[in-house]
Design a protein around this ligand. Structure first.
Ligand code: C2E
Ligand code: MG
Ligand code: MG
Length: 701
């Protein structure tokens, strides 16, 4: 540079055209250079005055013609002048070129970002006489640079947050960069990739294929997705999808992106989804879908076609009470325990499914009627043991309907349907039992919606009636009272069992008007019999949990008693243990009922899940031993023990006790010996219409 300057000076002198050339240079600087050029004169105290400004400089800085000799303060706003003074002073003091960037306010109000180069010009003694400033407008290039940074950051963020691993390789295959997913999938951090090529981490058998694809990519061809195995840092072999992409910069492949996706996770997810769709979340048992699929597949096999298959449809009795009384959490825990118990039988080949809710299905393949019979009995026996949860004990009974392939159905649907119909019969007959499907079973399942519509009209259409089952004194066989049991003779469907429509009435709230009707009818009957038969008989009516919670119940009963002018102790209400679960709510209602003077009994006693302590607190007159205990009283020691215990318990609490479901003389005998005072059951009388009761009573006289 120095050399060039000297040469130029010599040349200019030599040719005597220096003036001309100086003029050209000056014009160039003054007019044609877009950069702003300022020359400032420096005095001894580092004061700066304007000496020269080219055209763009004086235009941008809005200098007037007489700017020469003026200071920064005289021309620029105070703050700008101060900054300029500082920077120029630095150059003058340190005698060194300096570059700085600042924002310049232009005369037209706009702003530009300027990059200024300040150069000191010294005299022979090294004293700085001038400072030359060249300021370049870098607004656009700065903006472009910022945009570039921003777009790079965006791209980086896509890579960094990608679920796939993105690994940058150089042309030899060495790993030079990697996103976090890459680390997760491979197990290696960037520094830990010590090998010369990523190929060293590919499972040997896949290496050849990988190399082929890699060299294609080096030639600028993006690869098809390649399935291969990667050796994870922990030694495990991970199945991956791999895609190699050339990184092309200025038409040159400068590296390769390897995009890597962990397939083992996907496979695991797919397995999980398959498991979820065929398994019940709560119990882990295969679900209804699995049953449909499994059974159909089984029935397709030749071996199955020549053998028998049994489908046991299991429904837990009164499970709704557990849910209602203890909440779904307890209900769920018990369902899990039931599932476990159902899986514990020793039998060569059987599978348990959860059909939904409290329903389970068991499949016995290569079986026969006797075997299925024994299995069902095993299930019933296994439920004799209580279920424990959270230090409480719960007794549950199952009802089981059984269908047999090939006799009761040829495919899953028809077998389920047949078993369900058999189950329905079990429920109707008093639960906790099992029964095989019989061809002559009429269609029992009606469409619930249709049933509901007709039940709504049943009252209006006079389709409901109250039957009366006599309750006898065991010692004398004398009828002393009755239980009123609801009957529905639908014009549409014929006779429908209360086991079918009472739960529906409960669910829909129809039990409230129906219950009122029952109370009214029973009271009217008490009145009629006292007039016609000249004797006072007590009638018990069943009160469902929903009715019990209805705050009109006490008034309804009071009004009926007044309306028919009967003595209140002739009316009895039967409530279940479940109804009394909420002690705080139940006590005031029971007290109000007792205040009316009516009798209160606990129905199905022993099957509920309440503690015995409530018996002391509640004003109860009668305990009704549930028929499930009475049924096996002669054959099952536990049932016998429960029955006698209830009798003693009632006695010691000063309550009456009545055994339900007495069907045989021997049962009655057992009860007499156990000191039970009253009984009701088919052995004595079935529930009968009022007229038949009257006939019986008349005959007795
Ligand atoms: P529950 O109150 O325990 O009634 C006894 C059930 O056992 C009656 O069934 C009765 O017919 C039946 N039964 C009587 N003796 C024997 C016997 O020796 N062996 C067998 N296997 N069963 C016997 P039903 O009439 O089908 O009623 C079933 C349930 O429907 C009743 O059980 C009761 O919970 C409910 N229910 C009936 N009428 C009404 C009602 O008016 N209101 C409400 N809320 N529920 C009712
Ligand atoms: Mg009852
Ligand atoms: Mg009962």
């Amino acid at each position: 540079m120095e050399h060039f300057k000297n040469m130029l000076a010599r040349e200019l002198d030599k040719d005597k055209v220096s003036e001309k050339l100086e003029k050209i240079i000056f014009e160039l600087i003054f007019y044609y250079i877009n950069d702003m050029v300022f020359i400032m004169k420096v005095d001894e105290q580092f004061g700066f005055t304007y000496l020269f400004a080219n055209e763009p400089a004086s235009r941008h800085a809005n200098l007037s013609n007489d700017y020469v000799g003026k200071t920064f303060e005289e021309i620029m706003p105070a703050q700008v002048a101060k900054t300029l003074q500082m920077n120029y002073e630095k150059v003058a003091v340190h005698k060194q070129t300096m570059i700085f960037t600042d924002e310049v306010n232009l005369a037209d109000g706009s702003k530009l970002t300027g990059e200024s180069i300040l150069t000191p010009v010294m005299d022979e003694e090294g004293i700085v006489r001038y400072v030359v400033s060249v300021t370049r407008d870098i607004t656009v290039s700065l903006m472009e640079k910022n945009q570039l940074i921003e777009s790079e950051q965006r791209a980086r963020s896509i890579v960094d947050h990608n679920l796939d691993g993105v690994i940058t390789l150089d042309m030899s295959g060495r790993v030079v960069d990697m996103n976090p997913a890459g680390k997760t999938i491979t197990g290696y951090s960037l520094e830990q990739f010590t090998s010369c090529s990523i190929a060293d981490y590919i499972y040997e058998e896949d290496d050849c294929h990988f190399q082929q694809v890699f060299s294609k990519t080096k030639n600028g061809i993006a690869s098809e997705t390649l399935d291969c195995r990667f050796i994870h840092k922990n030694g495990e072999i991970v199945q991956v999808h791999l895609k190699l992409l050339p990184i092309v910069i200025n038409q040159q492949v400068s590296g390769i992106y390897a995009i890597i996706r962990d397939l083992s996770q996907l496979t695991k997810n797919a397995e999980m989804i398959a498991k979820m769709s065929y398994h019940d979340q709560l119990t882990g048992l295969p679900n209804r879908r699995a049953l449909l699929k499994g059974l159909d597949e089984h029935l397709e096999t030749e071996k199955a076609k020549t053998s028998e298959t049994a489908l046991l449809y299991i429904d837990l009795d009164r499970f709704k009470y557990i849910n209602d009384s203890f909440g779904h959490l307890v209900g769920d825990e018990i369902l899990k325990k039931v599932a476990e118990r159902l899986c514990q039988f020793e039998y060569r080949d059987y599978s348990v499914y959860r059909q939904g809710g409290d329903e389970f299905i068991i499949l016995l393949t290569f079986t026969n009627r006797e075997d299925a019979n024994r299995f069902a009995q095993k299930i019933l026996d296994s439920f004799k043991q209580s279920f424990y949860f959270d230090s409480s004990e719960y007794y549950i009974t199952p009802s089981i309907g059984i269908s047999l392939y090939p006799y009761d159905g040829q495919n899953v649907e028809s077998l389920i349907k047949a078993a369900d119909e058999a189950l329905f019969r079990v429920k109707e007959k008093g639960k906790a039992h099992f029964q095989f499907y019989q061809g002559n079973m009429v269609k029992v399942h009606r469409n619930v919606v249709e049933l509901e519509t007709h039940l709504r009209k049943a009252l209006e259409n006079d389709e409901l009636s109250l039957y009366y089952q006599p309750q006898v004194e065991l010692a004398s066989n004398e009828i002393i009272s009755f239980e009123g049991l609801l009957r529905w003779h639908s014009k549409e469907f014929g006779f429908i069992s209360p086991a079918e429509f009472i739960p529906l009435a409960e669910e829909t709230g129809l039990i409230l008007p129906i219950g009122q009707w029952v109370i009214d009818t029973a009271c009217s009957q008490i009145k009629q019999w006292s007039e016609r038969l000249n004797r006072q008989f007590r009638i018990a009516v069943n009160i469902s949990p929903r009715q019990f919670q209805d705050h009109n119940l006490v008034d309804t009963i009071r009004l009926a008693i007044v309306k028919y002018d009967i003595s209140p102790e002739l009316l009895e209400v039967e409530i279940t243990e479940g109804t009394m679960q909420d002690t705080d709510a139940a006590i005031p209602i029971l007290n109000k009922l007792k205040k009316l003077g009516i009798m209160v009994s606990v129905d199905d006693f022993g099957t509920g899940y309440s503690s015995l302590s409530y018996l002391k607190q509640f004003p109860i007159d009668v305990l009704k031993i549930d028929q499930s205990f009475v049924r096996d009283v002669l054959t099952n020691d536990k049932d016998a023990a429960i029955t006698t215990t209830i009798i003693h318990l009632a006695k010691s609490l000063g309550m009456d006790v009545i055994a339900e479901g007495v069907e045989r003389k021997e049962q009655a005998q057992f009860l007499i010996e156990a000191d039970c005072a009253y009984a009701q059951g088919y052995y004595y009388y079935r529930p009968l219409p009022a007229e038949e009761i009257e006939n019986i009573m008349m005959l007795k006289e």
